[in-house]
Design a protein around this ligand. Structure first.
Ligand SMILES: N[C@@H](CCC(=O)N[C@@H](CS)C(=O)NCC(=O)O)C(=O)O
Length: 289
């Protein structure tokens, strides 16, 4: 009955993977259902897994000419955007030669919809004319295209851990960070802060379970797990500063702090960050007056 489980059932059959099935009656769950000992069980279903609107059905989009490099991939970027930053960081980690077109989102070029149907960044144009959108799939594309970057682990279980980490935390971080930023009063601010700290503890626990020594999720190698979450942790730090909350003051988050420090001190990450003042004043406008 479960369409999510059906994805797994179908994959197993397509892969001709030998397996044993335990059928679960969800109306009458077995007593042992919560006792699985896998370290990487799903922690939280991400609240912003909204269905991505596909606005192109039945609409013919006339393509305007737009700037791109003939010989290199063209990355349409806005430095202030944490989604685009995932792509900027991946490109640098993969040492992938590319050309950048900077987009001013407050004053979008007329051709923007020829590059992205919703007029957004990031987008990545390949030299064959295909254009990729959506930061996570673009980062995955870069990781697959440049396997020597090791951004996507070769081992299937490691890959699963990276993907689950992104599923669990990729959008939860920014959702909770903005809830906190927009808290209308002290009481809600404190409740929202509790939710953020609970999430940081989940991250800390996941990191520890995956690799005690760290510093990254998979130990010594930076992967898409960091690329797709840290840019939002950076925004969370800005929000903490604006709300005068000390980011480094929470107990029992040592592994989390180690992870953040290692990721953010990489020269590749530093090259992708927008000026602090700009990021801070952008977020400040969301604080209720
Ligand atoms: N889900 C998209 C989100 C991209 C996104 O929201 N980009 C923002 C900037 S951070 C944007 O281009 N906004 C312009 C607009 O909405 O008009 C992704 O992961 O790439």
């Amino acid at each position: 009955m479960c369409p999510f489980a059906q994805r797994v059932a179908w994959s197993l059959l397509e892969a001709d993977a030998e397996h044993h099935v335990e059928l679960i009656d969800l109306k009458n769950k077995p007593t042992w259902i919560k006792s699985n000992s896998f370290i990487f069980c799903h922690i939280h279903s991400s609240p912003t897994h909204k269905k991505h609107k596909r606005s192109l059905n039945n609409i013919t989009v006339k393509k305007m000419s737009y700037p791109y490099s003939k010989s290199l991939m063209t990355f349409y970027n806005t430095k202030m955007c944490p989604f685009a930053q995932r792509v900027a960081w991946s490109l640098l980690e993969a040492d992938a030669e590319h050309h950048v077109e900077l987009i001013d989102l407050k004053n979008k070029p007329t051709w923007i919809k020829s590059v992205h149907p919703e007029g957004k960044v990031p987008a990545l144009r390949l030299t064959d004319g295909n254009i990729l959108i959506e930061s996570i799939p673009i980062a995955r594309y870069i990781a697959d295209k440049y396997p020597e970057s090791k951004l996507s682990p070769a081992d299937a279980f490691d890959k699963y851990k990276v993907n689950l980490f992104i599923d669990n935390f990729g959008s939860r971080i920014i959702t909770l960070a903005f809830q906190l930023l927009k808290s209308p009063n002290q009481e809600e601010k404190s409740a929202n802060l509790d939710k953020v700290v609970e999430m940081l503890r989940d991250i800390n626990k996941t990191l520890l379970e995956s690799s005690e020594a760290g510093p990254y999720l998979l130990g010594e190698t930076l992967t898409l797990a960091e690329i797709n979450t840290i840019t939002f942790i950076d925004r969370l730090k800005v929000i903490f500063n604006l709300l005068e909350i000390d980011f480094d003051s929470f107990k029992d988050l040592d592994r989390f702090y180690q992870w953040v420090d290692a990721s953010m001190s990489r020269p590749t990450f530093k090259k992708t960050i927008a000026p602090y003042e700009e990021v801070s004043s952008f977020h400040a406008q969301f604080i209720p007056k």
